[in-house]
Design a protein around this ligand. Structure first.
Ligand SMILES: Nc1ncnc2c1ncn2[C@@H]1O[C@H](COP(=O)(O)OP(=O)(O)OP(=O)(O)O)[C@@H](O)[C@H]1O
Ligand SMILES: [Mg+2]
Length: 302
C-alpha cells in the first residue's frame, strides 16, 4: 500500500491545511517557513509546530535548516493532498495494492463509492533524486524546487486530456474518471501488457485492431499517441484490448505529428514481426493513414 493510503485516514483537517499551506508556499519560495504556514493555514503557531513535527516524522514533508527553518512537500505529501481531494469528491473511497510501476508513474488499484475497482495512476516526472538534484538545479534555475511537482501535475493533466479526446471518438482507451494534481483516475481493464501475451491465438486480429485504432485516433480524433508500444497496450485472452498511457499524445497538426505517428506504427510492426512473424510495411500504413487525414483536411477547406 502506498504511504499516502496509510496516512490518509490518520490525518486530521488541520494536517491537510498545513500540507496545503506548504504546497501554496512552494510556489514562491524554495522552503516554506513556519510563519508562512501559520499565515496560510490560520492555525495557531503552537498547533502548527506540533503537527508539523508529526508530518515530518511521517515523511510527508521535508525539513531544511539554513538561515531559517523551512519545509517542502515530499512526493508522499503531494500524494496525500491529491488522494484527499479525490476522496472528498467521492471519486475514490479506498486505495488498494500496487498494480504496476512505470518509469514515470506508480499505478494503484482504488475503489469508488460503489465498490467498483478503478485505477489511480500517480505521475512522477522528474522524481527528486539526491544524486541528480545539484545538476538539475542548474538546469531549471530558481524554480527547481517545484519542478517535479509541476511536471508531474502537467503530465497527469495531459494524460487526462488525451484520454478524453480519444474517448470522444470512441477509441479503445480506458474511460478517464477524474484527475487531481498528479493523479489520474480511470477505469480498470483486466488484461495483461501485450509484451507478455505469449498465447495470443489470433495475433493478426489484434495487430489489425490496434492499427485501426491508430488510424481512428489520427484521422477522426486528430491525435497521435506518441508512445505506443507493446508496453502500452493491454490485452485479454479473448483478444479484446485497450491502448493506455497517454501523457505524450500530440495533436495531428503538431509539426512532428507525422514523425510520432510513424514511430508508433514502426514500434508495433516490429513487435508483431518479432514475436508473431507478422509481415507488414510501416511506411505503407503511415501513407494510408496520413493521406486519409490530408483528404479530410482538404474536404474541410472546401
Ligand atoms: N486502466 C488500466 N487498467 C489496467 N492496467 C493498467 C491501467 N493503466 C495502467 N495499467 C498498468 O500499469 C502499467 C503502467 O501504466 P502506464 O503504461 O500508463 O504508465 P507508465 O508506463 O508508467 O508510463 P511511462 O511510459 O510514462 O513510464 C501498465 O503497463 C499496465 O500494466
Ligand atoms: Mg507505459
Amino acid at each position: 500500500m502506498s504511504k499516502a493510503a496509510e496516512y490518509l485516514l490518520e490525518l486530521e483537517k488541520a494536517d491537510f491545511r498545513i500540507l496545503q499551506s506548504i504546497e501554496v508556499g512552494m510556489r514562491t519560495s524554495e522552503y516554506v517557513s513556519i510563519e508562512t504556514v501559520v499565515e496560510f493555514s490560520k492555525l495557531t503557531i503552537d498547533e502548527v509546530i506540533k503537527r508539523i513535527d508529526a508530518l515530518h516524522f511521517k515523511d510527508l514533508i521535508l525539513r531544511w535548516k539554513g538561515h531559517y527553518i523551512g519545509y517542502q512537500l515530499t512526493h508522499h505529501g503531494y500524494d496525500v493532498l491529491a488522494f484527499r481531494a479525490l476522496s472528498e469528491r467521492d471519486v475514490i473511497v479506498a486505495i488498494g495494492r500496487e498494480l504496476g510501476k512505470g518509469k514515470e508513474s506508480d499505478v494503484f488499484f482504488a475503489f469508488d463509492k460503489k465498490q467498483k475497482t478503478v485505477v489511480a495512476k500517480i505521475h512522477r516526472v522528474g522524481r527528486p533524486s539526491f544524486k541528480r538534484s545539484k545538476k538539475l538545479r542548474s538546469y531549471v534555475g530558481r524554480r527547481g524546487h517545484i519542478n517535479w511537482l509541476y511536471k508531474s501535475r502537467l503530465s497527469a493533466e495531459r494524460e487526462f486530456q488525451g484520454l478524453k479526446l480519444a474517448k470522444e471518438i470512441k477509441a479503445k482507451v480506458p474511460n478517464a474518471i477524474d484527475q487531481n494534481r498528479h493523479i489520474v483516475v480511470m477505469d480498470f481493464f483486466d488484461g495483461i501488457e501485450l509484451v507478455d501475451a505469449y498465447d495470443l491465438k489470433k495475433p493478426l486480429k489484434v495487430f489489425n485492431g490496434i492499427m485501426t485504432q491508430v488510424r481512428k485516433l489520427f484521422v477522426k480524433g486528430n491525435i497521435v499517441h506518441g508512445d505506443l508500444s507493446e508496453y502500452n497496450v493491454i490485452v485479454t485472452p479473448k483478444h479484446d484490448f485497450l491502448i493506455i498511457d497517454f501523457p505524450q499524445y500530440e495533436l495531428a497538426n503538431h509539426p512532428n505529428a507525422k514523425e510520432y505517428l510513424f514511430r508508433d506504427i514502426k514500434n508495433l510492426c516490429k513487435f508483431f514481426n518479432r514475436k508473431f512473424s507478422i509481415e507488414s510495411n510501416p511506411k505503407e500504413i503511415l501513407d494510408v493513414i496520413y493521406s486519409e487525414y490530408e483528404e479530410k483536411l482538404q474536404k474541410k477547406k472546401k
